[in-house]
Design a protein around this ligand. Structure first.
Ligand code: TXA
Ligand code: MG
Length: 330
């Protein structure tokens, strides 16, 4: 076994915190059955303690240990998408304690595909279906990390930071958090949009999928109005309004940075503080968090974003962009 994985497994055994690479974003992992270890996650993130955490498992064989009354659709979906960026919400077993589920009768389960984390989960599981609680490895309300450097800059490694070990597994190729699907209701509900889209899920289960939460849905803090927000204001601008908005800002001696389709950034780069052009929705999704981290640092007054057209595939990235555009105190 790789040395770093051995070291990480040992830290987790002893109730420590390890930042793990996943295909979506970096996670802040702790033993999901150790209440003191899980408490350290909340303290490091400064996250309200009634917010439930996702339990990351090595494979679908762990479902029956963490959940009960598992519907047929859970089997179909895990066969189709695990390991991968789909989190499923099921009724919990007695193994998923209140300190993981926020006191709810459900548990969120995910099996990530990143090879390092997959190996770590398999080592940690050790044939006992043990899981790792792992929210995104960022301070509550900040932009999620898609590079190990983002975790170093925000939470940091001990002794100066709060994480025992940050594993650098390179850039996260999906780039936004997993899709979360509530399977405790029929039809299932997509509580958080991600790379596994509603139509991909529909195709596998052969039926409809509802979007968003209703009054009975479990709490999902990633769906608070303002989340994933940079420190500087972010505005969504349609292409036809961009020139006018740029002129307005210039007249008020305000600077802007830009994220837009490549053909647009080519034209606007000379008058913006910094610009990133995207080639496709997938390119935007993969790079969004890193670009926001970088643009936040340039110090321009406003981050302007020309969003992609609405489609099944762009739902996830549009969701993150609209939340990032909500003023921080909302
Ligand atoms: O891609 C991801 O899912 C990443 C990586 C690290 O795996 N993790 C992540 O975790 O985004 P976090 O904590 O930032 O977001 C998890 C979301 C929260 O919005 C939480 O409310 C929801 O999952 N969640 C956890 N348990 C739940 C439950 N039992 N029912 C409904 N939602 C739940
Ligand atoms: Mg998060």
């Amino acid at each position: 076994m790789n040395e770093i994985i051995q070291e990480a497994a040992k830290i987790l055994e002893n109730g420590g915190l390890v930042a793990i690479p996943t295909e979506t974003v970096y996670g802040l992992a702790a033993d999901a059955e150790n209440p003191e270890a899980v408490a350290k996650i909340y303290a490091a993130k400064k996250r309200p303690t009634n917010h439930p955490l996702i339990v990351h498992v090595a494979d679908a064989g762990c479902l029956a240990d963490w959940a009960r009354e598992i519907p047929e659709n859970a089997i179909r979906l895990t066969n189709a998408f695990w390991p991968g960026p789909l989190t499923i919400v099921l009724k919990r077993s007695s193994r998923a304690k209140d300190f993981i589920t926020g006191g709810q009768d459900t548990v969120a389960l995910r099996c990530p595909t990143h090879p390092i984390t997959h190996e770590l989960l398999t080592a940690f599981d050790n044939g006992h279906s043990r899981g790792l609680a792992a929210p995104s490895a960022n301070s509550f309300g900040k932009i999620s990390p898609s590079l190990a450097q983002h975790v170093r800059d925000d939470l940091g490694e001990k002794p100066n930071g709060s994480v025992d070990l940050i594993i650098d597994g390179g850039p996260c190729n999906v780039g936004i958090e997993s899709s979360i699907l509530d399977l405790t209701c029929d039809p299932p509900r997509l509580l958080r949009e991600g790379a596994i889209t509603a139509s991909m899920i529909s195709r596998v289960i052969g039926g409809p999928v509802l979007h968003g939460q209703d009054n009975h849905s479990p709490r999902v803090p990633g769906t608070l109005k303002s989340h994933y927000a940079p420190d500087h204001p972010l505005e969504l601008v349609e292409e036809e309004n961009l020139a006018g908005r740029a002129q307005f800002l210039a007249r008020h001696f305000e600077t802007f940075s830009l994220i837009a389709p490549e053909n647009i950034t080519k034209r606007f780069a000379p008058i913006s503080a910094k610009a990133f052009g995207y080639k496709s929705v997938e390119d935007l999704q993969t790079n969004l968090y890193d670009w926001l981290h970088q643009l936040d640092k340039t110090g321009a007054d406003v981050i302007l974003v020309v969003p992609p057209q609405y489609s099944d595939q762009s739902c996830g990235v549009l969701d993150r962009l609209t939340r990032a555009a909500v003023p921080k105190n909302k």
